[in-house]
Design a protein around this ligand. Structure first.
Ligand code: C2O
Ligand code: CU
Ligand code: CU
Length: 497
């Protein structure tokens, strides 16, 4: 087993790792930061405890909350979601140099990660950069990603599930000139839709139950942190940025009126062309941008976003069980407005990588998912700075990787596997399942486009192509079922030149 060389770790991380209590400020936490005139956007981001009224009646609920203050940058960079406790939507642009000055006002250690953004290790929110209560940490990066829907959330070792569940998450929308030029719905018609399932007890406290199999499942759906609200829409076209911010629940998203789901973007931005699906499987961490045209619906129409029933291929626990039908969101078309936005048939071209050009074609790097008294990847569980020979990645080469969720391993569950770092392309998906249950999910995958998270149902093997660029150091990969992650279904990759 290898460990990241201590020279590669900042003094701060070492101290944190060694468990010595300290204040980041006292250590000169600002020493390494870019000069103020070198950043385009400077956001001060706070994680704090708060009490909010989530349910319509009864007690308010204790939550954790990201709040943000714009120190420097374009107006509109921080967009608060009215009436919500979740983090504000952060609007960034490709090429911007960003400083997120993170302040931990919680009574426990935490760290913030920018999911889907390709940033240096020191900015990525690895748990070695966790911030003590009262501490500050500067995340600095240039936005390399293209326009798309990304997000930020707590990433604390063994506490990610708890902290995200309590509210430490928000959306990041990256803009660029290509996306701007397509005439897609914008402004109030470009809507973040973050889905989270929660459970309350009789005092309206959030109940977090972690099962070793399925993880945490809630019985109430929050959309953008709010319960049972109706979205008021006009007779126009919309872009909904769907993000599954749930701990463990996988949704099978569909419109109740039988309209297809028209997908225009995945985790890493716009697709080359829109794709129509009868429904979409959306696992924790994944994003899908969908386009909807309400322009010829009569005023007064209500459209519901549902999660349809499906079989999940493994033992279940929690209630409603994984795969239960649920109503997620109501959209009420209550205003006549002229706002047709044409959907272009070509969105954003992308290079099509192919297996034949991978340095290891025919010999993919395998990530096998199994239960061994705890969830593991290649038989291993998380070690803070540890990695093995087969977890070393060389910069700038195209590699073929493969996730295997084989039935032969005994205990099986669906796992959404996420890699920090660059976005990748899915090359193939096969299943050893020859059973009608698979038909309840198979049409919901969007394997086209760019991805940072892959849902692997029991029996599936998924090959994907990845090319690491720009940054060396430790980057996490893990199951985005946050309960599996906290149990240790997470590892480091060590990226080297
Ligand atoms: Cu969204 Cu490592 O996480
Ligand atoms: Cu991530
Ligand atoms: Cu998992």
């Amino acid at each position: 087993m290898k460990r990241l060389d201590s020279n590669d770790l900042s003094r701060r991380s070492l101290l944190r790792w060694g468990g010595a209590g300290f204040s980041a400020l006292a250590l000169g936490g600002f020493a390494r930061v870019m000069a103020a005139d070198k950043v385009d956007v400077h956001i001060r981001l706070f994680a704090s405890p708060a009490t909010v009224q989530i349910l319509g009646s009864g007690n308010p609920t204790d939550v954790y909350q990201f709040t943000a203050r714009l120190i420097k940058g374009p107006k509109g960079t921080i967009q608060q979601i009215p009436g919500s406790h979740i983090g504000p939507t952060l609007h960034l642009r490709t090429g911007q140099r960003v400083r997120i000055e993170f302040v931990n006002n919680l009574a426990e250690v935490t760290v913030v990660h920018f999911h889907g953004l390709h940033v240096p290790m020191a900015a990525d929110g690895h748990p070695i950069n966790s911030v003590d209560p009262g501490g500050v940490y500067n995340h600095e990066f240039t936005v390399l990603n293209q326009a798309g829907t990304y997000w930020y959330h707590a990433h604390t070792d063994m506490r990610t599930g708890f902290q995200v569940y309590r509210g430490l998450y928000g959306m990041i929308v990256v803009h660029d000139s290509v996306d701007d030029s397509l005439g897609l719905p914008r402004g109030l018609c470009d809507v973040p839709v973050v889905i989270q399932d929660v459970r309350f007890n009789g005092f309206n406290w959030l109940v977090h139950s972690t099962g070793s199999q399925t993880g945490h499942l809630g019985d109430k759906i929050l959309i953008n942190g709010k319960y049972a609200t109706t979205f008021s829409a006009a007779t126009r076209c919309y872009r909904f940025r769907l993000l599954n911010g749930s701990n463990s629940r996988i949704y099978k998203l569909a419109w109740d009126n039988g309209m297809p789901m028209t997908v225009i973007g995945t985790d890493g931005g716009l697709l080359p062309h829109p794709i129509e699906k009868p429904y979409l499987m959306l696992s924790p961490g994944e994003r899908r941008d969908v386009y909807v045209d309400f322009s010829d619906m009569p005023k007064g129409t209500v459209v519901k976003l549902l999660s349809l029933a499906y079989e999940h291929g493994g033992p279940g626990s929690g209630f409603p069980i994984q795969g239960s039908p649920m109503e997620l969101w109501r959209i009420s078309i209550d205003r006549l407005e002229d706002g047709y936005a044409n959907l272009p048939s070509t969105l954003r071209p992308m290079p099509q990588w192919d297996k034949a050009s991978a340095v290891n074609n025919g010999n993919s790097r395998v990530f096998a998912l199994e239960y061994m008294g705890g969830w593991s990847i290649n038989g291993r569980m998380f070690e803070l700075t540890g990695y093995e020979e087969d977890e070393i990645v060389v910069l700038n080469q195209l590699e073929l990787w493969e996730i295997r969720n084989d039935l032969a391993t005994g205990t099986v569950q669906p796992h959404p596997i996420h890699f920090h770092g660059p976005q990748f392309q899915i090359a193939s998906r096969i299943t050893e399942v020859d059973d009608p249950w698979y038909d309840t999910i198979r049409d919901g995958y969007v394997d086209e486009g760019w991805h940072d998270t892959i849902l692997a149902f029991p029996g599936e093997r998924i090959e994907f192509l990845t090319k690491w660029t720009h940054f060396t150091g430790l980057f996490l990969y893990h199951c985005h079922n946050l309960e599996h992650e906290d149990m240790g279904m997470m590892r480091n990759l060590f990226v080297r030149p």
